[in-house]
Design a protein around this ligand. Structure first.
Ligand code: MN
Length: 457
């Protein structure tokens, strides 16, 4: 059994939907026994960054709450937090109701919501209180995408302050929009329309600059800050320095930034488009820095930013008639099914310890977003979300072996060592050897406690 703290030999007793006991000599002769000899028994993984069934231009992300959570379960993830979104002119309550309707009765594993805010029309304290009452204790704000998502720094500051005072947390997409806008128009006016120019127009310096600003705002308000999908070494350095000063800054990275690099944009445009995401894939040397960040704890979480589009949707673009330039390619990569095994590869290689793997993928995300100790740990009273991970299982990450609804895999040349053999969600088997056990609607919505602290409330 692997926890965020240690590895030990133990039995885990499940009674109903909860864990009843953990240790040696626990359980009774009448218990049904699953022999996990040779396997690692870990808490179900927690993915705090997914985009299911989200409208983007004329299309939508390819996985809905059924297919997306089936894929999650097959890969060992038993909790997801998706981004409910209040678009401009809509109330947060409206956005939340829409996302509840998308998920209800479909999800296979438990799920919660963050609230994405694209404008602030009323009082920030009222909004934070209303959402906390509705079980949502984290907010997502964008520092880019001015046409539909970005908010000005005054709004970030205001919401951060309110969140910090009421046990909630702001998470930020950090790219400096002035940098991006200027480089993008430079590329387009020179006729540079291919996917590689997407990456060129969103350089690491844009991320570093935005993270600096975000850290300064966290410092000014004294509120916790969570940086989503951190992709580059300079931005990580800003986080590390801030944390050393005692600023409450947390950051996640994603498997695509750990395993894929900007070389993908040199492929033919149609294939390169599959790797368009923001921030973009970086030069390979950033990966070493990100792994070191995960090892040292400067980076606390691996989440996926799972936002899958089919190859056909990537090709037809945001307007449906084919993309004319890189700004019209739906941005996002799949990843909900492959995260746990991909990160485990570095345990097999000796770069991360097994407890660090559990901490970054399961325990810390649950703690930061108000789900611990119900999720992210195997303790008496916790939900019986249990993964029996077989380190000897080899699995090629080809689309035929995966369940995300996209028909391709960004990792099709990778064969991972280790895959979940059994996955339980609240005591119910939801996946076996990487295949789903029929359980649509088993997943329940999670009302979350305070976010933004590593300590339990
Ligand atoms: Mn995202």
């Amino acid at each position: 059994m692997v926890s965020a703290a240690d590895v030990r030999r133990a039995d885990v007793v499940i009674a109903g939907e909860q864990i009843a006991a953990v240790g040696t000599g626990v359980g009774t002769p009448d218990d049904e026994v699953l022999d996990a000899t040779g396997c690692l028994v870990i808490p179900g993984a927690v993915d705090v960054h997914t985009h299911m069934d989200m409208e983007v231009g004329v299309t939508r992300s390819a996985d809905d709450f059924l297919s997306g959570t089936v894929a999650a379960a097959c890969g060992g993830t038993t909790t997801v937090i998706d981004f409910a979104t209040a678009y401009r002119g809509e109330s947060a309550a409206h956005g939340l109701a829409i996302w509840h309707a998308k998920a209800r009765g479909r999800a296979v594993v438990d799920y919660g919501f963050h609230m994405t805010v694209t404008e602030l029309t009323g009082d920030a304290d009222d909004l934070v209180a209303e959402m906390a009452e509705a079980g949502v204790t984290s907010f997502k704000l964008y520092m880019t995408y001015p046409d539909r998502l970005m908010v000005p720094d005054e709004v970030i500051l205001e919401l951060m302050r309110a969140a910090g005072e009421h046990g909630a947390m702001v998470s930020l997409h950090c790219e400096d929009d002035a940098t991006v806008a200027s480089l993008r128009s430079e590329a387009l006016s020179a006729g540079r329309t291919e996917p590689r120019w997407h990456a060129w127009s969103r350089p690491p310096s844009a991320e570093t600059e935005a993270v600096k600003r975000a850290v300064r705002m966290a410092e000014e308000t004294g509120a916790p800050l969570y940086i989503v999908h951190l992709s580059s070494a300079g931005a990580l350095e800003q986080v590390r320095l801030a944390r050393e000063r005692g600023v409450g800054v947390f950051a996640e990275t994603c498997p695509q930034y750990l395993y894929l690099s900007a070389e993908r944009y040199e492929d033919i445009s149609e294939r390169a488009a599959r790797f368009v995401c923001a921030p973009p894939l970086r030069d390979p040397w950033h990966q070493e820095e990100l792994w070191e960040g995960l090892r040292s704890g400067a980076l606390q979480v691996v989440a996926t930013d799972h936002c899958p589009f089919t190859a056909a949707d990537k090709k037809s673009g945001l307007t449906g008639g084919g993309w004319g330039d890189f700004t019209q390619i739906p941005g996002g990569l799949p990843g909900i099914e492959t995260r746990l095994a991909l990160v485990y590869q570095k345990v097999a290689e000796g770069v991360l310890s097994a407890p660090q793997w559990v901490d970054r993928c399961c325990t810390t995300p649950a703690k930061l977003f108000g789900l611990h100790p119900r999720k992210g740990t195997l303790e008496p009273g916790s939900d019986a979300d249990v993964v029996v991970f077989d380190p000897g299982a080899r699995r090629p990450l080809i689309p035929e072996r995966l369940h995300m609804k996209i028909g391709y895999s960004p990792y099709e040349d990778v064969v991972v060592e280790g895959w979940p053999a059994h996955v339980f969600s609240r005591g119910r088997l939801v996946a076996r050897a990487g295949e789903a056990v029929d359980a649509p609607g088993w997943g329940t919505w999670l009302r979350r406690g305070p976010s933004g602290s590593m300590a339990d409330p």
